[in-house]
Design a protein around this ligand. Structure first.
Ligand SMILES: [Fe+2]
Ligand SMILES: [Fe+2]
Length: 414
């Protein structure tokens, strides 16, 4: 006997396959709520070279705009003193975005700047004399000086809600030097409309603070690696030789070293390079940033390889704090060394997992959990002070600006 219901279901599947215009595996059409225009938008500051003397500026337009320029001047100089730097551009195509499949993406690299100096910049077209408003950036200080930076992770879902929180962050911390972002910026890393949305809600932040991102697993989704991520962010090309450029990198800011690792590439392949970065620095503060955490908040996740290949080096060279994402909850460990809790920051490393988006996972109380909670989006502000001794003040804030966690680390001056 033929099962009529089963037969009907098979017929339905066959009919769907015949009438569907999309072959199996072919991307479904999408649209963007934020298409490009003839005017520059989605402006993003990054540092692909020395933060003391350079500034990288990126933006997009419709593909019909073929030339782009950035003007730059010291904040106390007249407009007539601005230097003009030509940008390189590439077209980025995401064919399934029906209403705007192609954008032109510009990258301008300003060099020869003075350390620790406030500048203004604007982007646009020299020929038509169409420019954006003047926007600020400040070069990094040379050597030991106070500064602050921001860390957030997993924007990924609920970008309008994240946008409100991050605009408040900017209002409360206008002088922060840069933002570290812990991966999963978007949900579908190779869907350009996701990035259009991110940059739209990040306007006022990405064009105001330099962004130092790291790759999450979602940046690699639905495509041949993190193609859009690598095109959208110009980053230092000083990573491991055996890893594709810009997937891992390091930079120095003031008296601090930042090492950004790629959690999607086997940790063992980045170990030698990581050791070189940590052993070759005289920085007072050392930080690491990567996506998949060494000490998970999620009950069902673990990253033993990260602890084996990276945390052993964080122990050996005393990394102060590690910033991570991926687990969609907030967790800050006690100071850890050799996978054990130690009694002070002088002996061990704090590991932070944070979530800035609106997707939340539950978490268990682990023995390493000093502070843990979920269903709360946060951003973290880290102040580095040099008055007297060296002091690090870490605070995690929720969307209302309430402090949800804090840590102080003091070090005697070297
Ligand atoms: Fe993730
Ligand atoms: Fe995520």
């Amino acid at each position: 006997m033929i099962d009529i219901r089963r037969f009907g279901f098979i017929l339905l599947l066959l009919a769907t396959a015949l009438v569907s215009p999309f072959a199996q595996g072919e991307a479904q059409p999408r649209s963007t709520h934020f298409p490009p225009s003839d005017h520059a938008d989605d402006i993003c500051l990054t540092w692909s070279d020395n933060p003391c003397t350079t500034q990288t500026v990126q933006w997009r337009t419709a593909p019909s705009v073929t030339e782009g320029f950035v003007q730059c001047r010291k904040s106390d100089a007249p407009e007539s003193a601005a230097v003009v730097v030509a940008a390189e551009s590439v077209t980025l195509e995401d064919a399934p975005v029906t209403n705007a499949p192609v954008i032109r993406h510009f990258t301008a690299r300003i060099t020869g700047l003075t350390p620790g100096t406030a500048y203004l910049y604007r982007v646009g077209e020299k020929g038509s004399n169409m420019w954006t408003a003047w926007l600020p950036f400040t070069t990094a200080p040379q050597g030991r000086a106070p500064f602050s930076f921001v860390f957030f992770a997993d924007v990924q879902n609920g970008m309008d809600t994240w946008g409100n929180m991050i605009q408040q962050m900017r209002e409360r911390n206008p002088k922060a030097a840069f933002c570290l972002t812990g991966g999963d910026f978007v949900n579908h890393g190779n869907d350009r409309n996701d990035w259009d949305e991110l940059f739209h809600f990040g306007e006022g932040v990405f064009d105001h603070f330099d962004i130092f991102p790291t790759i999450g697993n979602h940046e690699c989704k639905d495509g041949p690696g993190p193609k859009l991520y690598l095109n959208l962010f110009a980053l230092p090309e000083n990573g491991p030789e055996n890893v594709a450029k810009e997937r891992a990198y390091s930079f120095r800011y003031g008296n601090a070293l930042f090492v950004v690792l790629d959690g999607n590439t086997p940790p063992a392949e980045q170990r030698d390079w990581l050791e070189k970065q940590l052993s070759g620095t005289d920085a007072t503060w050392k930080f690491a940033l990567f996506h998949q955490p060494a000490y998970s908040s999620d009950p069902g996740r673990d990253n033993e390889e990260v602890r084996e290949h990276w945390c052993t080096l964080f122990d050996k060279y005393h990394v102060d704090m590690v910033f991570q994402g991926h687990d969609h909850a907030y967790l800050r460990t006690y100071p850890m060394k050799a996978e054990k809790i130690v009694s002070s920051a002088a002996e061990g490393t704090y590991y932070v997992v944070a979530d800035a988006g609106t997707k939340y996972y539950k978490q268990d109380q682990h023995d390493y959990t000093a502070v843990g909670f979920t269903n709360v989006s946060t951003y973290q502000v880290i102040n580095i002070d040099t008055d007297g001794g060296d002091r690090l003040s870490y605070r995690a804030y929720d969307a209302e600006g309430t402090v949800r966690d804090k840590v102080l680390i003091d070090k005697p001056v070297k």
